[in-house]
Each structure stands twice: as C-alpha cells, then as structure tokens.
Design a protein around this ligand. Structure first.
Ligand code: GDP
Ligand code: IMO
Ligand code: MG
Length: 428
C-alpha cells in the first residue's frame, strides 16, 4: 500500500496537520500537492505546537523526506521564513526537503491583486487569506506564471518578470490605483531567495517515481478541503486549486494508477472561514460553544471560524468525489457536554429534499437543513486512546456517522496532541 492521499473533507481545518504528522511515523515521504501559504496545519507534540503553511506535515520526523509538489504555489519569502523558523527549532531540512522545479511562484503583485479584488465592491468578496493564491493560480493557467525552475536562468527570469511587471503595473494601477514596487526591487527580492530555494529544488516527480518503484510509503498531503476545491466546492467561495484527491496526481506527477488509498479527514462538526454558504452554520450558543471549546480560529489569519453541526451531505459528497476508503474523525472531544447533537442528512429547498450536493450557490445558501438528533454525553473524552473507553453515546454517534456516510472511521482524534488518538487500523 505505498501511496495514500490525505484529503480534507469539509471547508479545511479538519486537523489534517495532526493526522499527517501521526501517519508520517510509518511513511517514508510526505508530499504536499496543492495550495500555498493560505494553509495552516497545526501539529502538537511534547507540549509544543507548530503551525506549518507550506512545508509538509512530516517534517518533524527526522528520517522522513518532504516534497513541495508542482501543484503548490510558493511564495519565496514565506517559504524561506518558514524554513528558517524550523531550522531555529533544530529541524534539519538539508537533504530532507525537496521543492518541485515546476511549482509556480507567488509574487508580491499577486497579493496586491488578491487584496484589491477583495476590497472592490464590484466583485463578490470571497474572504480569502489575502496571500495571492487566486491571482497566482490565474497566472499559472494563463501561462504567465514564473516557476521555480526559472530561478536557474537569470536572463529568462528577468525577461518573464519584466513582462509580468509591466502588465500587472497597468492593471493594478487602473483598477485600484496601486503603484507596484519598481521592477528592480521585485527582481532583487526574488533573487535574494534564489540560492536558498535552488539548494532544495529537484525534479520531484522523478524522485517520487523512484520512491514508488522502491515500494516506499508516500503520503500525499492535501491542503484546504473538498468544499473549497475550485471545481467541486462551493464555487465561487472556494480556493483556486484542486484540493480533492485528483489534485494529488496532477500536483505531484503521480499517475492515478499508483494511488492505493484515499483517506478523508473530517471533523465531528463543521467549520468554515471566509464567506460562502454553510447550511448547518449556528449563530446561537451551541455555535459559540463549538468555537470556544474547539479553539476555532484560523491557523493562518487568526479569523474566527464559523461553526455548525456535522453535515452528512457534505461528507457523503466528499467520500464520492475523493473515492475515500476510510475516514479519520477529529475533534470528537469538542462535543463533550452537549445535551443534544445534530447531524444534517439532507437539504430542503422549495419543498424538495436534496440528498446530494447541489451546484447552485442559491440552493445551498437558502436551503433548510434536515436534521437527525442524537443524545450527547456528559463524560470527558479528551485524550482517550481506546475506543472501548468512549462513552456509549459517543460510540453511537460515531457509528451513526459512519452509517450515514457509508464509510468506516480508521482513526478517531480526541485532542490536538499526537498521543490523543484512537487508532483502529494502521495505514501501511
Ligand atoms: P488543518 O488545516 O486541517 O491541518 O487543521 P488546523 O490545524 O488548521 O486546525 C485544526 C485545529 O484543531 C488545530 O488547532 C489542531 O491542533 C486542533 N485539533 C486537531 N485534532 C483535534 C482533536 O481531535 N481535538 C481537539 N480538541 N483539537 C484538535
Ligand atoms: P487548511 O489547509 C480553511 C479559505 C479562505 C477563503 C477561501 C479562499 O489549513 O485547511 P484563498 O486565500 O485560498 O484564496 O481563500 O478559502 N481557505 C481556507 N479555509 N483552511 C484552509 O487551509 C484554507 N485555505 C483557504 O478562508 O474562504
Ligand atoms: Mg488549517
């Protein structure tokens, strides 16, 4: 079972970082396949907490290799800052981190464009992280992007950057009245990171091909979540990449025939950061409690996350779109003490119940969730490692979720720490 893809099943922040760090113990390589430093993956062990944005969540296991794939958009400044931060805590990156030479680069004008568009009244505000993700992927698709491999050829890089600078300067000035930094300062800034980045640059699909041929265990790390996928999510309130399982193939150069398993990470309730429809969102004391107990604040921007009940329509859709073999349920402990717990089983809109995910944003935004209700539990489940020790009502809740989404839970997380986990099945 050498290649497994790990995807977020909701709107991100499901606890992918914790789970990938844990699974990495028995893997050889962790490879991130899409997104950029919009992601915030939290990892806790030995009473310490780390938040990773670009570097894969296997980095804290010193014998594991980590790959930033071609599908990721890389902000050189953010990457180098994160590398230094890790090195300062004693993590060795040399020979362990590989950055794809085909990955596209986020330039400062992408951030300007992202923030400009978000502030313009003419456009639908998405509530982006403001990291330049959308504009950078837009340039990639428009074939105007600058890639990591371009750093190897200063003349080519200069030429491409000049064309981009001239174009963006005109666009941003006329749209938002923004004056870009001069061309030379943009080039100098990029060149200042060149040496550091090129030291870690590789043709990563060849590396991964060889690792697969040797039967090594590879974890493909997704960022964001299924409902933020640009094709399958709640468009236009999505990110600009394919966070679903197929993104692992295009974002790493791993052929679909080599993927053995897909695992979905899913919270025992739902959260969302930014704008967009969220049928089970709660604006009452229960929602407030989920946010407070679950510490639901964005790991990247610090924004409070919107909270709501578990949505089985979302979960079933994610299982289908990603081809999920098994799920990993996180944050069960956050539900401790709720008298009643609700689960959405369908969306009711204009008298019709949608058991499947509708494409139209209007349906999702205006539907009424159909709820099943479960008795909660008063016991404390924080840190439980043995399934038998869970309160009966928690076991029943988990079992009903599994039935509703027709997928088993191979792991249940009962706290942020590596140790706070119920392992029901091993991956490799
Ligand atoms: P990611 O983006 O999917 O990696 O998730 P984030 O790190 O952004 O957000 C998940 C948050 O929940 C982090 O603060 C984790 O430390 C925390 N977390 C993960 N699993 C659990 C769990 O089972 N219980 C609790 N209470 N917190 C958890
Ligand atoms: P992880 O990997 C939660 C959301 C933003 C916004 C939308 C588009 O930690 O789960 P973008 O900056 O990507 O153009 O913003 O996507 N978003 C996330 N929400 N977790 C994330 O990553 C996210 N990355 C982006 O809040 O709604
Ligand atoms: Mg996160």
């Amino acid at each position: 079972m050498p290649v497994a893809v790990i995807v977020g099943m909701q709107w991100g922040d499901e606890g992918k970082g914790k789970i990938i760090d844990l699974l990495a113990e028995n893997a050889d390589v962790v490879a991130r396949y899409q997104g950029g430093h919009n992601a915030g993956h939290t990892i806790c062990f030995n009473e310490k907490q780390f938040v990773l944005h670009l570097i894969p969540s296997g980095i804290f296991h010193e014998d594991k290799l980590c790959v930033i794939g071609n599908g990721v958009v890389v902000d050189p400044q953010a990457l180098v800052a994160e590398m230094h931060q890790l090195e300062e805590t004693g993590i060795n990156l040399q020979g362990r981190l590989l950055i794809s030479d085909r990955a596209n680069i986020i330039m400062p004008y992408h951030g300007t464009s992202d923030k400009g568009r978000e502030s313009e009244s003419g456009f639908q505000k998405i509530g982006t992280t403001g990291r330049g993700i959308g504009p950078s992927y837009a340039d990639k698709i428009a074939r105007a992007g600058i890639r990591i491999c371009d750093l190897r050829d200063e003349a080519y890089l200069t030429e491409r950057l000049r064309a981009n600078h001239d174009e963006k300067q005109k666009i941003l000035k006329s749209l938002y009245g923004t004056e870009l930094p001069g061309f030379n300062s943009l080039l100098d800034e990029l060149m200042s990171h060149r040496e550091t980045i090129l030291k870690y640059t590789a043709d990563t699909h060849i590396f991964l091909r060889d690792q697969i041929a040797q039967g090594k265990h590879i974890l493909c790390e997704g960022a964001q979540g299924t409902m933020l996928d640009v094709d399958h999510g709640t468009y236009p309130f999505v990110t600009s990449s394919n966070s679903t399982a197929g993104g692992a193939c295009t974002g790493l150069g791993i052929p679909p025939t080599k993927v053995d398993r897909v695992l979905g990470v899913i919270k025992a309730y739902t959260t969302r950061v930014g704008e967009g429809p969220f049928p089970t969102e709660l604006s009452d004391a229960d929602g407030e409690r989920l946010g407070k107990v679950g510490h639901e604040f964005g790991a990247t921007t610090g924004r409070p996350r919107r909270c709501g009940w578990f949505d089985a329509v979302v979960a079933r859709y994610g299982v289908h779109i990603n081809g999920v073999d098994a799920l990993i349920l996180t944050k069960v402990d956050v539900l401790d003490g709720f008298k009643t717990i609700k689960v959405c089983t369908g969306y009711k809109y204009k008298g019709k119940v949608f058991p499947d995910m509708p494409a139209d944003p209007g349906v999702m935004a205006n539907c009424e969730p159909v709820y099943a209700e479960f008795d909660g539990w008063s016991e404390n489940t924080v840190g439980i490692q043995d399934h038998d020790k869970l309160p009966q009502n928690a076991k029943d809740y988990i079992s009903r979720l599994s039935d509703l989404v027709e997928t088993p839970f191979m792991m249940i997380s009962t706290g942020p720490d590596r140790e706070q986990t119920i392992q029901r099945e091993s991956l490799f």
